[in-house]
Design a protein around this ligand. Sequence first.
Ligand SMILES: Nc1ncnc2c1ncn2[C@@H]1O[C@H](COP(=O)(O)OP(=O)(O)OP(=O)(O)O)[C@@H](O)[C@H]1O
Length: 306
Amino acid sequence: MSILQIQGLYKKFGQNNIINGLDLEVKENTIFGFTGENGAGKTTTMKMILGFLKQDSGVIKVCGEEVKFGETKTNKFIGYLPDVPEYYGYMTPLEYLKLCGEITNMKKGDIKKKSEELLELVELSDYKKRKISKFSRGMKQRLGIAQALLNEPKLLICDEPTSALDPIGRKEILDILLKVKERTTVIFSTHILSDVERICDEIAILRDGKIALSGELSQIKADHMVDCLEVGMKNKEDFAQFLNIVRDNQNINEMQKSENTIYLHSNDIEKVQKDVMQGLINQNLYPVYIKIQEPTLERLFMEAIK
Ligand SMILES: Nc1ncnc2c1ncn2[C@@H]1O[C@H](COP(=O)(O)OP(=O)(O)OP(=O)(O)O)[C@@H](O)[C@H]1O
């Protein structure tokens, strides 16, 4: 089932077409990486999904219900983590979550139970009675995730949750989002492609106000296989013997070597793969691995935004 559907979305600021015919679909229980260059319009799109900003035209549906600007009806399905969450620094996480629960009319008993459970999930249980003003940025982001999950949303929208964090803080957030996937769908906007590669099942790359590339990350990679076969050999001796197999292959355009690994480039990579396998069998040689290289997300991104 689709949690989010966007069709023909347009948004101008002055004379600038920021969102220009955007179509998007996010399936249930995925982590969806929404990426694009700085200023591509990611935050603008999210604000329209939340009904905070009015689109010029187009339809946005969350859990099948149409989003209407200024109305918060569809936001009952959504938990939102802004890029820089704001807090009352004098409060503790427990007090803050209690306040959020009361504002949204949760039952008293539920607030307490849910707060404890979520603080455990985001690994802040040991800090639940400390003042938020003393928290690091990463801890504030983690508390933001707990807050966004308080009402058990069907969709969690995170706007650049890792951008301002160091590698440890980033890993903590990514690990939490992976755990969160069991209970909700996550849209994760970022321009940090390695983060997308680490946790996202599906991606969309925004370019010129519309989607330049989207789909399952593994499928996109499979569709954009690089014309390069990578073969790893056990040791120098096997590597030298392997070189004799490929040295005179007319289908190989270029060879690169690194330690006991060789990269074979060709316009007919399947033919080279067959020749290499046959050669290995004939010579009774066993590679450590042999694979057609996958493109990196960075390469796909650069191609998509060209
Ligand atoms: N209220 C506004 N008025 C005028 N222009 C705006 C407004 N909000 C955003 N913009 C412009 O729209 C474009 C898209 O901005 P947006 O913040 O959506 O991009 P983004 O993809 O989230 O970028 P970043 O990764 O830098 O956060 C930018 O050029 C921005 O300056």
